[in-house]
Design a protein around this ligand. Sequence first.
Ligand code: HEM
Length: 393
Amino acid sequence: MTLTARTPHSDVDLFSDETLHDPYPTYRRLRDQGGAVVLDTLGAWALPRYHSVRHALGDWETFSASGVALNDTVAPMLVGTVLATDPPAHGALRSVLSDRLGPRAVRPLEQDIATRADALVDGLLEKGSFDAVTDLATEFPFSVVFDLIGLPDEARPHMLRWADATFTVLGPMNTRAAQGLASLGEMFEWLATLGPEDLKEGSMGRAIFQAADDGRIRHESCIPLLSAYAAAGLDTTINTIANAVHLFATHPDQWDLVRADPGLVPSALNEVLRYESPVQVFGRRTTRAAETEDGITIEAGAQVLVLYGSGNRDERHYPEPDRFDVTRNPSDHLSFGYGTHACAGQALARIEAQSIIRALAKRARRIHIGRPTRHLNNTVRGLATLPVIGFEV
Ligand code: HEM
């Protein structure tokens, strides 16, 4: 990497506990420096602005997904996964997932998911106090996604730890990533023992093996695809639901707007996702030199950090980005990514999160919470605990 006097650079550690607790002031400083900033501690480039994030995600030929992990230990383990594969090979892997996760495929699930959300929220209201992370935000996607993938029940006790590890190991090889490696290894080892007969009849997991039998993908791709389903669908949705409860409890005026007009729920969810991006960062590797809108050149072969969470708070794109406003409807937010690798599960995630918001809005005029604690992970942002101490109905 050749730095000139004009190259913006920063000695900030984006993965320190302190920054992970509240990355937004750091993001703002990076955005003010430029569309691309060298992180001295990693010898890599960060893309902090909305435009630079979206541009990189839209140009897979220059910003290759082979660099999705920010360390060299995990990168080889991801070869063959949908997340780390560029077109054209990406297309076949992705189409197997889209068959079952596309908007048309998940629409028939909507009613059942809404009924489950109503039942879960009714039970919690009856209890009066509970933990919104464990009892609501985790319980819900876990039951929905686990059943859809059709994984055997023996994985239930391990799945959350494995999913959390899958995200944290994508960061730089710090203590958090090093600790996650053991869990990741365990997950892949267990997945490798599975055959089609282990996955429930008619499930999304079984369909992956069917696609291999039909010659659409290679048999070696089945386990990496299963891992994509199993990990990607949990922490992301869990954090979204917990963030939603937190934001609505702390912004009662915004909650009043949602309750007064349930038609606002899709817009409100977009705002929750923009305000607290569940995935804060993934990587890319440049295949050739690239230039940002503000004229900064990133060399070929560079590791790049795509800062979704910073792009979503870019004042150059969203006026008053630190204000939580459910009427804003930022449908172009970056939290599901953009372009080739844009989230394959976003239709399902929207149904899950919107069902919970609707179920709460129908029943709770106010949500009263205690002090939340944060869960630190290298790439996803969310809470460890969020005590709900009461409702007003
Ligand atoms: C609110 C919840 C969710 C968020 C915020 C989210 C976020 C993301 C993001 C940012 C990406 C893009 C990665 C990149 O740019 O490299 C992605 C990809 C992906 N997501 Fe999600 N996700 C969510 C829910 C889900 C669910 C429920 C599933 C499946 C059950 C899922 C499956 C996937 C898969 C398979 C990919 C890889 C797509 C590809 O590489 O082509 N996601 N997600």
